[in-house]
Ligand binder design. Structure first.
Ligand code: HIS
Length: 378
């Protein structure tokens, strides 16, 4: 067997070192504190669960992206969580089944996927979010989008874009006004993903009816106008959803860019009528996502919910959550009471253990000179 070098971690897994580890905690705390101010209370689900309970809790969830392990204790397959929304759904449907609705829960923790995506090499990511259980109404969606934006702004993120989508749009149209077989539906989805109008038209007349959806993509209001016109020409097929989207977008401040991509499905495996991705200037790919979905209860009934999750790692990599440290070196024989008082004022202190300890090498910004903190280098 080849020896694994001691510093090597499995592909896609990494350490966070100082000061980023603290910055990550700070960004996460900011998001949790923001949602707490809107009444969301924290839950802490475990890192792993029985595979079946994790994969089947949300309607239409796809189980394939799970990292699995066999549990020698239960002899069952466990899965490491790829997303905490399903776990929050389980808690809501079981231990908190009798709690009053709407139920507002928040969470933060690491999630892990089997494979990294093309855009992001890491398989483990921090996830922090909030779920509003018991409603998937326009009011619920409006609250979730508003809170998402507020949480990002509290973390200092600027240049936010919210990209709205209608995750179950194709299913709804294919089952109603614009029928498609299952194979046609998959082909239509693939071409819509690629925004390939030629290939979509080439699939035949029934598929070609979906062409206007490619054009209804881009800046929100113009794209909505096109989609509304199209809906009107199809007996108002989408009127309710479009009215809902307009209402959700209405209270959003002008400095948030809004776009629409009605058929976007990347990352929207279980969301139902409404979904959104969050982007920010300077970041490749989305930094968060949310939408409405259904939680499956043990008796087979469903409960509506709406929520969002943010993935703060790219923010932390870019320096969000960093604060200028005030790190104070305490030489041997320092005044312990004065040091305690300074810690009370927010200083971090690093006490010398021996004469050879070097405060500046230990990344202290100041040292305690009698009662006074003095900056290094002065
Ligand atoms: N958990 C989902 C986003 C979401 C939360 N609630 C509803 N949708 C994700 O990370 O993609």
């Amino acid at each position: 067997m080849t020896m694994i070098p001691p510093g090597l971690l499995p592909e896609g897994l990494s350490d966070r070192l100082p000061p980023q580890a603290e910055a990550s905690a700070r960004v996460t705390r900011t998001v949790l504190d923001t949602v707490a101010r809107h009444g969301f209370e924290r839950v802490m689900p475990p890192l792993a669960e029985f595979e079946e309970t994790l994969a089947s809790r949300l309607k239409s969830a796809q189980p394939q992206d799970l990292l699995r392990v066999i549990d020698p204790v239960s002899q069952r397959t466990l899965a490491l969580r790829p997303d905490m929304t399903a776990q929050v759904g389980r808690i809501a449907a079981t231990r908190m089944a009798n709690a009053a609705r709407p139920l507002r829960l928040s969470y933060a923790g690491s999630v892990i996927r089997l494979k990294a995506s093309q855009l992001r090499p890491e398989r483990e990511r921090m996830q922090v979010g909030a779920e509003l259980i018991g409603a998937d109404s326009v009011a619920a969606a409006t609250e979730i989008v508003t809170v998402t934006i507020e949480a990002l702004q509290a973390a200092g993120v600027k240049g936010i874009t919210i990209d709205f989508t209608l995750p179950d749009l194709i299913d709804t149209l294919a089952a109603g006004h614009m029928p498609l077989s299952d194979t046609e539906k998959e082909a239509v989805r693939t071409e819509l993903d690629a925004k390939d109008a030629g290939a979509l038209a080439a699939l035949g007349e029934r598929a070609a009816a979906y062409l206007p959806l490619i054009e209804a993509t881009g800046p929100f209001h113009a794209a909505m106008d096109r989609l509304e016109a199209w809906s009107a020409a199809h007996g108002g097929a989408l009127d309710d959803r479009l009215k809902g989207l307009r209402a959700i977008a209405k209270p959003i401040d002008w400095d948030i860019r809004l776009t629409l991509d009605p058929t976007e499905r990347h990352g929207f495996e279980y969301q139902s009528w409404f979904g959104f991705s969050v982007f920010a200037d300077g970041f490749i790919g989305e930094i968060g996502r949310g939408g409405s979905y259904a939680i499956m209860r043990a008796d087979g009934s469903e409960e509506a919910a709406t929520g969002f999750s943010l993935y703060p790692d790219p923010l932390v990599d870019a320096g969000f959550g960093m604060v200028e440290p005030r790190r104070l070196f305490l030489p041997l024989g320092h005044d312990a009471a004065r040091a305690a008082a300074l810690r009370g004022e927010g200083w971090q202190s690093v006490a010398a253990l021996s004469d050879s300890d070097d405060g500046s090498a230990l990344r202290c910004t100041h040292w305690l000179d009698g009662p006074e903190p003095r900056p290094y280098g002065c």
